[in-house]
Design a protein. Structure first.
Lengths: 653, 129
């Protein structure tokens, strides 16, 4: 789950440290909270009463308020009501702290006062820390998004100014004409030509050679007197360096006039246009960059990795609409015991506002999933959050909890388009039709259950995928069903493929997100590749346990093998990479009859004299396996173990 | 909502409780210990060793322990012995921790008890000596 070790949740920005306000009248409670929050890089501000809290809220910004419910004078609910009433603090999330026994009675009351969460006292430090981290992340992301929105607005304004400057510049055609007589060497020019060259309107022009030498043309700085030798119509672009020192950007045309044996031409001063154009280009470029940033922002909130487990393949795809980013999001979390939480959602509207709400919903989803394993409870919590903080904003969402061991799925749906199962003979998914969207504050939601068999896939998507100008959503869903009907469920990039097939290269009017989960059939081999970091051990254990369970029926035998493999992985993490940057460790497992073989490979070199612990680990491994071999080379270290399974493998089954 | 909270944190998450008892300090472990979170166990043992001569590590609810856990307990045991204290481990015969103790071959080097009550009744090492 998103515990302290989770790399996906970083609590704060590098530049600004967030603050958390602890409001509790009792010193020992505040001390306990301080101790719990100590590992988090956050400034803690304390208040001993509701009044003091309100004073502090007026002068400081807080990412989160931890508010004790039972306080003398002004209790937590009364304090919260005042906090919510003030526009400056109305959006600051509040976690109420209350005695365990009162929790259920008071929960509803508190949500009415704008609580985002409840924590029972004494609180579980892990849960409290994890929740605080989630809200700090939200605070940080929102600040970032606000900054980007401001910049974007500035740039849009600049763009408007530049565009109108360019239009003005183009309206004023600063064009002068001239006629040069080679026989006399004299030149006549229009009034505008005089102006362009910075000569008085009535003063005679200098001789052509002098005048033209003020010009130099691209490329290679061709001297301007080339004009005097023009034999065919020619265009030049270059610089005019006037006698007063001013430099202008000009386009010059010259052509011989046969009847008069003169050369005529024009000089156009395009300095202003070019500058306006350059400014426009710069602003457009900035704007593009901003768009990319926002897109990146959208991307960073998407699932970073699809390598959940060897038997669970997740893929996702997000495509921004043509005009603006939107409010679609997907998220995937693994929770304790190896279950997978999938979420997909769509915030109504477009642009940064929708993207911002989207990121908050995702954070609320993560916060809720820390303590609530049931999808309907998570959706209820997110619903409350949206209704409280973004009244009038609506969103749709689906949360699915998938158990990789059994394939059981539990799903809660809030007004979202129905998911699809892909593959032979799948369950019909009865989605919560008629379930209201998020933002209405629906007090209780329903769940549906279905099973994803081995080899089947589940596809979640947002309505952008099935919406087209020329057809209804139902027609779009029918079209989608045709697309997935013949599809191989194990296709690794299923989510992307579906978007390609449905939308092609056409410009999208709405953003599109797809998320697919494939339950791989059980296999007698397993391959896992992970960063060689000890934080991976917990999830590797659950992966190996799950895989071995169908081969080893004796729990002790299974646990011993898991222990042995994890000792090898631990060694790879500790010894092979003690000095270098984190590398990869790859684990290959294979069942053959009554035996299982594991090969653990890393790309580092083990030190010969291993510190304490490592030797003990290997000795332990040696004690539970039949064969153990270690091969060190310049490329890395490979350790192979062969252990007995007491249950027959697939081959004999 | 509370039963859900418990369900989530029950299975694998490491939780450590330190409790003062008459016989000494009890450090109770539930969940999984590995090299990634061993520091929690280490600081609990250090704290307990500083407060009492007898430290009891109750591994009854430990669902996973590894070689680093064994190593830490061996060190703790040595340190306590050097100051005439005693380190006791609660790990019933059928428990996962006991199995790992057996695999590591340290069963004879540590004082292992079937139950916490048994470990508490074992008496004061200084008196016994």
């Amino acid at each position: 789950m998103t515990r302290e070790t989770s790399p996906r949740i970083t609590a704060h920005s590098e530049s600004e440290r967030s603050s958390v306000l602890i409001v509790d009248d009792r010193e020992e409670n505040r001390r306990a909270l301080r101790a719990v929050l100590d590992p988090i890089d956050v400034t803690i501000v304390e208040a001993t009463s509701g009044e003091e809290a309100l004073r502090k809220l007026l002068t400081e910004d807080f990412a989160l308020i931890l508010l004790d419910v039972d306080m003398p004078d002004m209790n937590g609910f009364q304090t919260a009501e005042l906090v919510k009433r003030h526009p400056r603090t109305a959006n600051t999330p509040i976690i109420f702290l209350t005695a365990y026994d009162d929790l259920l009675d008071r929960a509803d009351e508190g949500y009415g006062f704008g609580a985002v969460d409840y924590i029972a006292k004494p609180s579980d430090p892990h849960v409290l820390r994890a929740k605080v981290r989630v809200f700090l992340e939200l605070h940080h992301k929102n600040a970032l998004l606000r900054r980007q929105t401001r910049q974007l607005e500035d740039h849009v304004e600049q763009l408007r100014v530049s565009r109108s400057a360019l239009a003005d510049a183009q309206r004023i055609a600063n064009l002068g004409s001239w006629e040069y007589d080679p026989t006399t060497g004299r030149i006549r020019g229009s009034r505008q030509l005089h102006e362009i060259f910075g000569e008085g309107a009535d003063a005679p022009l200098p001789p052509a050679a002098t005048l033209f030498r003020q010009l130099s043309f691209r490329p290679n700085d061709v001297p301007g007197d080339i004009l005097m030798r023009s034999t065919t119509p020619t265009n030049f672009e270059g610089t005019l360096t006037r006698r007063d020192g001013a430099r202008r950007h000009v386009i010059v045309h010259a052509e011989p006039k046969v009847d008069t044996l003169t050369i005529i031409g024009t000089v156009q001063d395009v300095t202003d246009q070019r500058e306006a154009q350059r400014a426009l280009d710069a602003v457009t470029h900035e704007l593009e960059r901003e768009r990319e940033l926002v897109q990146m922002f959208q991307q960073t909130v998407l699932v970073p990795s699809i390598d959940l487990a060897p038997d669970v393949l997740v893929s996702y795809c997000y495509r921004a609409a043509d005009a603006a980013v939107g409010g679609d999001f997907v998220d995937v979390l693994t929770v304790d015991g190896g279950a997978v939480l999938l979420a997909i959602g769509d915030v109504a509207g477009h642009g940064l506002a929708a993207a911002s709400v989207m990121s908050e919903i995702r954070t609320a989803f993560r916060a809720a999933s820390i303590s609530l394993p049931q999808p309907c409870r998570i959706v209820e919590r997110v619903d409350t959050y949206l209704a409280e903080f973004h009244r009038g904003t609506y969103a749709t969402m689906i949360v699915v909890r998938f158990d990789p061991e059994s394939g059981a799925c539990t799903m809660a749906c809030a007004g979202h388009v129905p998911p699809l199962a892909i593959g032979e003979g799948h369950d019909e998914i009865k989605w919560g039709l008629g379930e209201p969207p998020l933002g209405v504050g629906c007090p209780s939601r329903n769940e549906t259950s279905f099973t994803l068999d081995q080899g089947q896939s589940l596809l979640l998507y947002t309505d952008g995928l099935v919406e087209r100008r020329d057809e209804s959503i139902d027609e779009g869903i029918d079209r989608l069903q045709c697309v997935v009907a013949g599809l191989e469920p194990s296709r690794p990039t299923l989510a992307e493929y579906v978007v390609e097939a449905m939308c092609g290269d056409s410009a999208l009017k709405d953003d599109v997100a797809t998320l697919s989960l494939h339950r791989r059939p059980h296999s007698d081999t397993i391959d896992v590749s992970r960063p060689a970091h000890v934080s991976e051990l917990a999830s590797l254990r659950s992966i190996f346990r799950r895989w071995l369970r169908s081969f080893a029926s004796d729990p002790q035998c299974l646990d011993d093998i898991v222990l042995a493999v994890c000792e090898l992985v631990t060694n790879a993490c500790l010894h092979a990479y003690s000095l270098a940057v984190t590398g990869e460790v790859t684990i290959h497992g294979e069942v053959d009859g009554r035996y299982v073989t594991f090969v653990v490979r890393d790309s580092g070199r083990w030190r010969d004299a291993r510190p304490r612990g490592g030797g003990r680990g290997l000795k332990m491994v040696d004690g539970v396996v039949e064969q153990l071999s270690l091969d060190r080379s310049d490329e890395g270290t490979t350790v192979t173990l062969k252990a007995r399974l007491d249950a027959p493998g697939l081959a004999e089954a | 909502m509370n039963e859900h909270a418990r369900e989530v944190s029950a299975a694998h998450e490491l939780a450590i409780d330190v409790e003062a008892a008459e016989a000494g300090f009890v450090v109770a472990v539930s969940g999984e210990i590995d090299i990634a979170n061993i520091d929690l166990f280490r600081s609990a043992l250090q704290y307990a060793s500083g407060e009492a001569d007898v430290v009891i590590a109750d591994l009854s609810d430990a669902t996973y322990i590894d070689s680093s856990t064994i190593e830490l307990m061996m060190v703790t045991s040595r340190e306590l012995r050097s100051k005439r204290g005693e380190f006791r481990v609660v790990a019933a015969l059928e428990s996962r921790a006991r199995r790992v103790l057996a695999i590591s071959g340290v069963e004879r080097e540590l004082l292992i008890f079937e139950t916490r009550a048994g470990a508490m009744e074992a008496g004061d090492p200084t008196v016994r000596a």
